[in-house]
Design a protein around this ligand. Structure first.
Ligand SMILES: Nc1ncnc2c1ncn2[C@@H]1O[C@H](COP(=O)(O)OP(=O)(O)O)[C@@H](O)[C@H]1O
Ligand SMILES: [Mg+2]
Length: 295
């Protein structure tokens, strides 16, 4: 056990929640691993995104609390991905604000928002296909390195040391998401489910405060979905805050602490999963959706 861990952390409780402390320690040595659900970590305020005449996101306001798994759900085309894109700098919002720990992210480029601590995956997987799984993760780690490009070219001792620790941490991340046995596979040769997990590992490599997942279980069978939800729980129990976009209502009910529902770009409801499931407006919004998407 490393000294970096606070003495009051209940190791057994964490272990029973699926957190391997040794792996967690290698994944992010500087991070608090037992955070309490608490203050708003992210504040989305009146966020609006227009595409020409279409208002894809209309004056949407919600908070993401530290340490929670917040679900963002809604029928196809409701504006979930647009909300992510407007939050993470893919699009510049037409109006409204996104604050991380009280600081506005407005106008920052994507990579700067990532560096501030908001990491994401994409609904359509975006990996470097010709790189190995491990290399894909190490790329994510690179943003954190202190060495200059000159130092890297000269291979100064600091750079060599950082390279070694990057590989160790990259391997720990692959282990954390359960694909370490495929570390040397080119990412395009990985089974689909592994590619999804690799995307999560790469996002975690940036050492985020908030991990935003856009339909991470898309295309999975029910057993694979359940395994992925278990991984998301483990990620949260390990101290990360998670925003989970999911189309399948049944799936988010079991894993989220709170849920925000979008419909036609507007916030329709937010609340605890049990409230959302009973909400007639939410049930109505999902009517007409394919059978297996309805709770
Ligand atoms: N770049 C874009 N240009 C024009 N329209 C877009 C763009 N991105 C999304 N939209 C539209 O915004 C609406 C919301 O889409 P999206 O956020 O992808 O929904 P969801 O992720 O909830 O399924 C849809 O009508 C979609 O066609
Ligand atoms: Mg989407």
């Amino acid at each position: 056990m490393s000294e970096a861990l606070e003495p009051e952390i209940d190791v057994e409780a964490l272990a029973s929640r699926g957190v391997d402390l040794e792996v967690a320690e290698r994944v992010a040595p500087d991070r608090d691993i037992a955070v309490k659900v608490g203050d708003p970590l992210v504040q989305v305020q009146n966020l609006t995104m227009k595409f020409g005449g279409l208002t894809a996101l209309d004056n949407v306001t919600f908070d993401i609390l530290r340490g929670e798994i917040l679900g963002l759900i809604g029928p196809n085309g409701a504006g979930k991905t647009t909300c992510f894109n407007a939050m993470t700098g893919v699009y510049k919002p037409s109006s409204g604000k996104v604050l991380l720990e009280g600081k506005s992210l407005g106008g920052l480029a994507q990579h700067k928002i990532t560096r501030q601590g908001l990491a994401r995956t994409f609904q359509n997987i975006r990996l470097f296909g010709e790189m190995t799984a491990l290399e894909n993760v190490v790329v994510g780690l690179d943003a954190r390195h202190r060495t200059s490009v000159g130092g890297a070219l000269l291979r100064l001792p600091t750079h060599v040391r950082e390279e070694k620790s990057a590989i160790e941490r990259g391997m720990a991340l692959l282990e954390f998401v359960g694909i370490a046995d495929h570390a040397q596979f080119l990412s395009r040769h990985l089974p689909y489910g592994y590619q999804r997990r690799l995307e999560i590992a790469r996002a975690l490599a940036t050492d985020p405060k908030v991990l935003c997942l856009d339909e991470p279980a898309a295309g999975f069978n029910p057993a694979e979905k359940e395994e992925l939800m278990q991984l998301i729980r483990t990620i949260r129990n390990d101290g990360y805050t998670v925003l989970l976009i999911e189309h399948d209502m049944k799936l988010v009910m079991g894993v989220t602490d709170r849920i925000v529902v979008l419909e036609f770009g507007k916030k329709l409801a937010d609340g605890a999963p049990a409230e959302i499931r009973e909400d007639p407006r939410v049930i109505a919004a999902y009517l007409g959706e394919p059978e297996d998407d309805v709770a």
